[in-house]
Design a protein around this ligand. Structure first.
Ligand code: ASP
Ligand code: MG
Length: 406
């Protein structure tokens, strides 16, 4: 007998038929003798609808009222799922975040979980009940309803799994796992049966939008085995876990990409201590995240300094740089918001040399110019012209043998 947390996303609870379908799945897991805690998202589209209602009254809704409003989507799902379970003869009881004692700070729109007092849920499990918990929400010390940020139901599920010391946290979604890359770009992309937390973090932050990043961090920190699987299709999904000792890891596990980048270059700034800090200071003070940073070798005491930001921040970045460019007597400030980042990810890279050179050779053969490069222990990223993104992904996917071989 195992204790399993099963989280169902918006599409999985998107209609009454689907709710009945997942209730059947939960009832089956119970019938196999396992204990189950269910976590639900709002029905698909519901959170967006609620946010639009709030914004229709003004662009900056009060955070407390915003959280009170948008958390209602999950409250609908939890009660419907509990009813569907009861109708199947499966004992169930629904819980809001507050009722489940998911205690958070009072940052209403993006609260952090401080602790979970899981006694009520444990008592339910002992009595053979299936607790059905609303995802995405918690309660602050003063009793306010809080929300955990978009996609936060994943984090609710992982946090509950950690608090209850569950054997596995299963995230049911509309895809049947984590893929070597986006199958819409490389049709021969393959579902990975196992991936490490580290790899998943790299893939998630680079655009493979299967799981809320925070939930993966949380699962890694508390050692909760996480599994992503489809609620519509039978199959083992993808298990996200720690690196297995002695396991021969593939050199490259997946290819992530991101079209939301833009690059900015200050040309001809002095090669002196403190220059990088002066350039980046106004940008980070403006609340803009900087991704890659590249500075070339000085020629006659002069360098070009390049960095990338989110595409939405491109114009603002150029504005923020105007002063410092003048102070540093930069020759020009140029930029490009039609770029894309492409990354190879794999823990196997640690022990294999030559991945970067193979990558560059493949891209070179396709005539794809590499504009920027950055590397970490388990990742190599390049920035290329956006129009070559699909070609780049496909040729690397093939070159590293990631496809099904069809
Ligand atoms: N319903 C929330 C959202 O759409 C939370 C979630 O589904 O994870 O962001
Ligand atoms: Mg989600």
């Amino acid at each position: 007998m195992a204790l399993i947390v099963q989280k169902f996303g918006g599409t999985s609870v998107g209609s009454l038929e689907r709710i009945q379908h997942i209730a059947e799945k939960v009832a089956q897991t119970r019938a196999q003798g396992h204990e189950v805690v269910v976590v639900v998202s709002a029905m698909s589209g519901e959170t967006d609808r609620l946010i639009a209602l709030a914004r229709a009254l003004g662009p900056h809704p009060d955070p407390r009222e915003y959280a009170t409003l948008v958390s209602t989507g999950e409250q609908v799902s939890m009660a419907l799922v509990a009813m569907a379970l009861l109708a199947k003869g499966c004992q169930a009881r629904s819980y809001t975040g507050g009722q489940a004692r998911i205690c958070t700070d009072n940052h209403h729109k993006k609260a952090r979980i401080m602790g979970i007092e899981a006694d009520a849920l444990k008592a339910d499990l002992k009595q053979g009940f299936v607790p059905v918990v609303a995802g995405f929400q918690g309660i602050a010390a003063n009793g306010d309803i809080t929300t955990l940020g978009r996609g936060g139901s994943d984090t609710t599920a992982v946090a509950l799994a950690a608090a209850l010391e569950a054997d596995e946290c299963q995230i049911y979604t509309d895809v049947d796992g984590v893929y070597t890359t986006d199958p819409r770009i490389a049709p021969d992309a393959r579902r990975l049966s196992v991936i490490t937390f580290e790899e998943m973090l790299e893939l998630a932050s680079l655009g493979a939008k299967v799981l809320q990043i925070r939930s993966v961090e949380f699962a890694g920190k508390y050692n909760v085995p996480l599994r992503v699987l489809s609620s519509f299709q039978e199959g083992p999904g993808t298990l996200i876990t720690f690196e297995q000792v002695g396991m021969e890891a593939p050199k490259v596990s997946g290819i992530a990409f991101n079209r939301d980048e833009a690059k900015v270059t200050l040309m001809g700034v002095p090669d002196k201590p403190g220059v990088a800090a002066r350039i980046l200071e106004p940008v980070s003070s403006g609340g803009i995240d900087i991704d890659m940073i590249i500075q070339n070798v000085a020629v006659e005491g002069i360098i070009d300094f390049t960095f990338t930001v989110h595409r939405d921040d491109y114009q603002k970045t150029l504005e923020l740089l105007a002063n410092v460019a003048q102070e540093l007597e930069a020759r020009a400030v140029i930029g490009d918001n039609k770029i894309a980042k492409l990354s190879l990810v794999g823990v196997g890279m640690r022990s294999h040399a030559g991945i970067a050179s193979t990558m560059f050779t493949v891209l070179g053969k396709e005539g794809i110019n590499i504009q920027l490069i950055s590397t970490s222990e388990i990742k190599i990223s390049v920035v290329i012209d956006e129009k070559y993104l699909e070609l780049g992904v496909r040729s690397l996917h093939t070159a590293f043998g990631l496809g099904k071989g069809i």
